[in-house]
Design a protein around this ligand. Structure first.
Ligand code: 5AD
Ligand code: SF4
Length: 461
């Protein structure tokens, strides 16, 4: 592909802009993305970097000239899948020897992993860490130009400077992701993130505000603020509540969501701003992890069950229609039946609108990995019980929406049901109703008529 393009480069007329655009194309990229929204947004930056050197997106990896694996190592399920997927592209190199394969993201940042990936997958050309992704275009060009064959570059810097000049190729429709901070200082004992993403670094409020204003001017209707712990956003004395308030003061009709909040830092000031600002969604993702004080202590979460419930009560008291979601984990080392019952009773008491439920998996280098582990059979039973309970609660909570008139920001057509579109309530619930593609990006009032599990259906008012 590249050889062919270069051949045309010699033959074609540079003075034609149309031809120049064709010439400027270096080939196709395909990005595999694993993990959270943070990674989805990082893939938008990787795409931006590759597009700057003339690559365009391929619809599948078979036809790509550059394949990037944007990895995640937060749980072992993701890690196993990634290793399998990397192995699967080896055969593509046989048909296309100039194919460039890159592995980037937080998996490469773990101790010893870059080296073992290098040995295990000799066909991988580039291994980059989370802090030096901006090196990708130069390395791709150097490999493409046969200057180098392979490069491993993983910086162990804990406080790297934030790169504010990264190009972003957005793919998220009406919603735009905006990082407000990077890294984490919390060292929850089960979690690998602080080891692979470094310490907390916040972006300047004026930089964030100007990015958001620009996105709104370009037609985005929803902004999701991203950070491992948005509540500990801090820039020269400005905190998260200040930032939210400033964003809410930008004129025009748009929505703001944010994730992830930490119960130890979440506070009444933020609740008041959500309550008083029509633009800030009443949708709060507040991971509890466990309902047992003993386990919360071992996890180093630095709040108790009682404090968590106090926050929940304050939220529902001030914002009765709030959609509160959570992350809940089962099978943390030494978790007893009694501890697990505490998690179930907390789940019943809070009645989360939705929850991501996880089976604990040991991560190398974390404190909890050195604790006494539970057998998988126990974890499996517990996750089944928790999922069943949360599904029941989500379905019951859905019924509360029936007959409500909800404002929906239309995100997409529903590919499974032609003639229908879907979007979210302010509280974060997905609603499907009859409508055409032209409604995408519009705010529409919808009367909720039926519900199944956590999905809602309605009719346009
Ligand atoms: N095992 C299982 N789940 C984990 N999480 C983080 N680390 C682990 C682990 N080692 C979950 C937490 C966190 C979410 C993003 O992933 O619930 O909130
Ligand atoms: Fe991991 Fe805890 Fe930081 Fe969240 S707050 S990223 S769970 S260490």
């Amino acid at each position: 592909m590249l050889q062919l393009l270069r051949y045309y480069e010699i033959l074609l007329d540079y003075s034609s802009l149309l031809f120049y655009n064709i010439l400027a194309m270096s080939g196709y990229y395909y990005i595999f993305t694993y993990g959270c929204q943070m990674n989805v947004h990082e893939s938008e930056k990787i795409a931006g970097l590759l597009r700057e050197i003339g690559y365009v997106q391929s619809s599948d990896c078979e036809t790509a000239d550059v394949i990037v694996f944007n990895t995640c190592c937060i749980r072992d399920t993701a890690e196993k899948k990634i290793l399998g997927n990397i192995g699967d592209v080896k055969h593509l190199k046989k048909n296309n020897p100039s194919l460039i394969v890159a592995v980037v993201g937080c998996m490469t940042q773990q101790k010893g992993i870059a080296e073992s990936l290098k040995n295990k997958f000799p066909f991988v050309n580039i291994i980059l860490g989370t802090h030096n992704i901006e090196e990708l275009p130069k390395l791709v060009s150097d490999i493409d130009n046969k200057i180098i064959k392979r490069q491993i570059s993983v910086s162990s810097e804990d406080n790297p400077e934030i790169c504010e000049t990264m190009p972003i190729y957005r793919t998220s429709g009406t919603n735009a992701w905006v990082n407000i901070m990077y890294g984490c200082n919390n060292f929850c004992t089960y979690c690998i993130v602080p080891y692979v993403r470094g310490r907390e670094r916040s972006r300047a409020p004026e930089t964030i505000l100007s990015e958001i204003k620009n996105l709104l001017a370009n037609g985005y209707k929803e902004i999701t603020l991203l950070g491992q712990n948005v509540d500990s956003y801090s820039y020269e004395g400005y905190d998260f509540a200040y930032l939210l308030e400033k964003i809410s003061e930008i004129g025009g009709k748009f929505r703001v969501r944010f994730m992830t909040s930490h119960p130890k830092d979440f506070n009444g000031k933020v609740i008041d701003i959500i309550k008083n600002s029509p633009n800030i969604c009443n949708n709060i993702h507040l991971p509890v992890q466990s309902g047992s004080n003993r386990i919360l202590g071992l996890m180093n979460r630095r709040y108790t069950r009682e404090r968590y419930l106090e926050i929940i009560d304050e939220i529902y008291d001030k914002i009765p229609s709030a959609g509160i979601t959570s992350d809940i984990m089962v099978g943390f080392p030494t978790e007893t039946d009694e501890d697990f019952q505490d998690t179930l009773s907390l789940t019943e008491r809070v009645r989360f609108s939705n929850a991501f439920t996880f089976v604990y998996s040991p991560r190398n280098g974390t404190v909890a990995a050195g604790m006494e582990q539970l057998p998988y059979s126990v974890k499996r039973e517990r996750i089944k019980t928790l999922v069943a309970l949360q599904n029941k609660i989500s379905a019951e909570k859905s019924l509360d929406y029936i007959d409500n008139i909800e404002e929906i920001l239309v995100e997409d057509v529903n590919p499974k049901k032609p003639g229908t579109v879907c979007g979210r309530t302010e509280s974060g619930r997905l609603v499907t109703f009859s409508g055409e593609k032209a409604l995408i990006g519009e705010f529409v009032n919808v009367k909720i008529t039926s519900a199944k599990s956590s999905a809602l259906w309605g009719v346009k008012e």
